[in-house]
Every structure is written in C-alpha cells, then in structure tokens.
Design a protein around this ligand. Structure first.
Ligand code: DAH
Length: 333
C-alpha cells in the first residue's frame, strides 16, 4: 500500500513538473485528488488493511503524499497564473503616456475649424461678424421672427425652456435667427452680417442630429436688395468655400421669417446635390420687429448648420463622434 501511495505521489509530481499551463495543472489535480483520483482511490482502500498499525502507517503516508502534491499544485498554479496574467496585461494594455511622451501642440476642433473658415469666407465677401446670447427670450427666438404663440412652425423647434421669468418666456435659442433681430436693433442699415453660434434643440441625438449644435446666420439689409442678390451671394459663397467646381440652386420652401423662402442646395463637381440650409427675403414683420422700415429697406437672410458642413467636408459618418472627446478621432482633422 505504501509503495502504491509513493508511486501515485511520484507520478503526480512528475506530471506537475511537465505541466505546460494552468489547465494542465487542473487536469493533474483531478487525476490525483478528484473523485476518482489515484490518491482518493487509495484512501478508500485503507479500511481493507488487516491491522491497526498498517492502517496508521498507510494513513500517515497518504496524508504526507496529499500534502506534498497539494503544495506542488498550488505552486505550479501560481506560476502559470502569473505568466498568463502577464500575457493578458500585455495584450490589453492601453498606453496612456503616449500623448505625454511626444508633446505636440493641439489644434482647433474640427467644428471650430469649419466655423473659422466660414467666418473667413464671409469676411472676404464683405460681411461683418456678430454673436448673440445662447439663452434667449421667447420674443427674440420666435415672436419677433414672425412666429407668434401657437404658430404651427414652433412645433418644429423642440425647445428647451429655462426656468426664469414667467413660464415659457426664456428659452435656449433653437436657431441663430434671433441674432438677426438683435443686429437690426443695434445698427442702422446697410447691414452685411454673419452670426455664428451654438443652438439647442430638445431632441435625441443620432448619427445626423445633436441636441447642441452650431449654425451660421446671414443677414443683408440695404436699399433695393432683391432675390437676385440672395442667389448671387449664395453662389459666390459656394464657390469661395467649396471651390470653383461647385454650384448652387434655390428651391422654394417655407419659413415664417422670410417671404419668399427657399432651401439652398450645392452641387458637387460630380453633379450630385446636397441640401445646405434655408434662406429668403426678410419678412416685413421681421424688419419691423428689428426697428427697420420695410418701405425703405429690404433684405435677405440665410442660415445653415456648421457641424453638418464639417461632417460633409470630412465624410464623418456620425456627428456624435465629433463630441465624444476621443483623441484618436479629433486628432485626425
Ligand atoms: N432658422 C432656420 C432653422 O433653424 C434656418 C433659416 C432658414 C435661417 C431661413 C434663415 C432663413 O435666416 O432665412 O432651421
């Protein structure tokens, strides 16, 4: 019996010595100490030994062998676990020092770049730049733009309301158009102004929509301004911003603050059309809200999304990527 115990122990220790992984170690454990293991079997045979002395001696030998094999098992398992963990750590490592190790100057965000280029192009066309507040009154955001309370077009703007003043009187601006009114109120015509800024809509973000995004608004007020001036300005802008191979067109549409109203599209050199924004001749009610006499002056306005321009220019699939703050994404532009 004692010979058998020692043989089983030696076999187990030899298997453990040649084990190549923690799985091998577990297999040896089963083969020796498992329910049908070699030492387990021998333990079951103890009762059949003839004398108390023989049982005692064999029991002692079994305990020693089990302790020795268990210690070897634990030691080998520890070794493999450390090695396997090492491999896993290496495979999954994320080197957060990369950016620090090679210091580089940052650059403007892809949307900021589009914003700045748009300003540059319009300044080149003779426009000035103005900005207005992001928190607006209902009057500037809607009423003065010919959208009185209960106007159906209001429902197209999913508005965030600010808890300030009488209920519903303060909003996060849903577009940059209210800045038109503020500009008209602060300067006499002629006005040639673009107004970029951040706008807010209470909608669920998806690949083409964000709740916080950017628009650029244009406003021209002067004597004798006609739809031809609007079409010519859009065309000049398109060629200056996108390149001489691009063209533009106006399509009839509806906005409460312009009459007539249009959508403007640009045509790529390959011939395909892309919808860009809205525009039209400033509605007489809007001129009056801005303190300008519609009998003396006329004008046009336009507005479009800046984020969309960046998205189209760089063929970005999902606008949400632009605000995920992943350095690997933003450093590409
Ligand atoms: N404010 C409009 C919007 O957010 C865009 C727009 C359309 C602006 C026509 C204009 C305009 O100035 O004339 O959807």
């Amino acid at each position: 019996m004692i010979e058998q115990i020692r043989a089983a122990r030696d076999a187990a220790l030899a298997s453990l010595a040649s084990a190549a992984s923690s799985d091998d170690v577990r297999t040896v454990e089963l083969e020796v100490l498992g329910r049908k293991g070699t030492l387990t079997d021998l333990k079951a045979g103890l009762g059949r030994l003839p004398t108390v002395e023989a049982k005692k001696a064999a029991g002692q030998a079994l305990n020693d062998a089990t302790a020795e094999v268990s210690a070897a098992l634990a030691a080998r398992l520890g070794e493999f676990r450390r090695a396997e963990r090492e491999v896993q750590l290496h495979a999954e490592r994320l080197d957060l020092t990369e950016v620090l190790r090679a210091p580089r100057r940052g650059h403007a965000h892809v949307v900021t770049q589009a914003w700045q280029r748009l300003e540059d192009v319009f300044v080149g066309l003779g426009f000035q730049v103005a900005e207005g507040p992001e928190v607006e009154t209902d009057w500037y955001n809607f009423e003065a733009l010919n959208m009185p309370a209960a106007h159906p077009a209001r429902s197209m703007h999913d508005t965030f309301y600010v808890d300030h003043g009488p209920p519903g009187s303060t909003v996060l601006r849903t577009h940059t158009s209210p800045v038109q009114i503020r500009v008209m109120q602060t300067m006499p015509p002629p006005i040639y102004m673009v107004m970029p800024g951040r706008v807010f809509r209470n909608e669920t973000a998806d690949a083409t929509h964000l709740a916080v995004f950017h628009q650029i608004e244009g406003l021209v007020i002067d004597r004798g301004i006609t739809l031809a001036d609007l079409a010519g300005t859009i065309e000049a802008f398109t060629k200056a911003f996108f390149g001489p191979g691009f063209g533009s067109r106006l399509r009839p549409s509806y906005f409460p603050f312009t009459e007539p109203s249009a959508e403007f599209d640009i045509q790529t050199p390959s011939g395909s059309w892309m919808e860009l924004g809205g525009c039209g001749m400033v509605h007489p009610n809007v001129l009056r809200a801005g303190g300008i006499d519609p009998e003396e002056y006329s004008g046009f306005a336009f507005g479009f999304g800046i984020d969309r321009m960046a998205k189209e220019r760089h063929a970005i699939n999902d606008v949400r990527e632009m605000y995920a703050n992943d350095i690997r994404f933003v450093e590409q532009f």
